[in-house]
Design a binder for this molecule. Sequence first.
Ligand code: SAM
Length: 445
Amino acid sequence: MAKAPPSDELSVMHPFSTYVGSIERLVGTVVSSGLDGRSVEATPVLNGGPAEALRDTVDLVTRKSTGAFFSGSDLSEELVSRFTEPIDENSRILDPACGSGDLLLACSRRLPIASSLTATLEAWGQQLYGLDLYPEFIRATRARLVLAAALRGRWNASSGLADSESWFPGIRVGDGLAIPKECARATHVVLNPPFNLIQTPQGVEWSSGQVSAAAAFVDHVLAACEDGTNLVAILPDVLRSGTRYARWRGHISGQATVRRVSVWGIFDTWADVDVFLLEASIGSGSFESSMATWSGPNETEARDTLSSIAKVSVGSLVPHRHRNRGQWHPYLHALGLARWGRVNVADLPKKRFNGTVFPPPFVAVRRTSRPGDSGRAIGTVISGDRSVAVENHLLVVRPKDSSVDTCQQILDQLRSNATDAWLDRRIRCRHLTVGALEDIPWRDD
Ligand SMILES: C[S@@+](CC[C@H](N)C(=O)[O-])C[C@H]1O[C@@H](n2cnc3c(N)ncnc32)[C@H](O)[C@@H]1O
């Protein structure tokens, strides 16, 4: 069901409206009296000004729960440069979660200008479409676009131009998960959706329960827009690399031609989340070739992967659910475990446990892992003759030949720079997954 946009008074973004008012006043002055001496004020408004004002006026908890993080101008430019079909005077461009319009601004830089500001705004108004739940953001988007047009032409004062609200009828308050028909006829879609968790929308088959809003947005864009529409999107890395989103990737690959997936890194200094850029066109998805694209070009180079010589599992003892029942077992947990070392089970503390236990030898790998760190998959060889209860912050890599030598080889390969670099490409989330470890290229040397 479409989300009801909040009324102006109730909007949690209301504190941001003072800043929006200041942009609207600046636009009014520039339009009626010309740019003279005002470029110093105009430049930050078209760059990081709104993002900074949002951080100053709206608390982090609200920004996170609404997914309100604006793309800087560098990232916006980069994203829009990824369209394979260039933007021109015939394009219709949609941002279904437009915030204060950074992505639409980057698109507008590729639109031609007409002989007057009025004619330019009229033309752009037929080409640019945007939705957001918050009226303050919609006002900011429209005002910034008018300012951008005013600066492009450096026209003289334009009398008779009403305030920015009357321009851009296609940019308005609305739910990006219920894209209206006139917006859906886009040739280009730019997307940096909210990343917060939402209830899986009705009718979605690739997920249930809580799901990233970003995954739902991409799915909805593919369903709502026409075949042939070009899509570029900034998305959280978990959609690219997380086991949880394998079905989503399969679904998207069936609905679109996924042209390129590129790891970008941290979104920005204030939103500590890794993102990737997706380039796709709706329709004619070739599932097989699209699936290869998600994981990056280098993955298929190795003939074997770690899964060909070892089985990877997650430790099964969850401390807060542990009931202290069953047989006594050596107990392995991540805290204080010797990095890259060897531990004999005889030296471990013991716990009662009636869940799955793991016979040595195996390599215990810490699940917590930060992209860019040296040592993404820090391991310890566990040897001995008693099965071990393993805490769930560890992954267990058991060689199929049950040999300690193979465990040592696994440890050496996990420790290599090549594995760090491979994992940095494969998984940007802070938790290693079974799938990511299983796919590590295995060099039998
Ligand atoms: C990550 S921000 C990106 C904004 C803009 N596209 C950019 O790149 O700067 C996501 C935006 O989605 C908006 N949003 C959240 N839920 C939405 C929904 N259901 N429909 C439309 N917009 C939504 C938020 O208010 C926020 O402005």
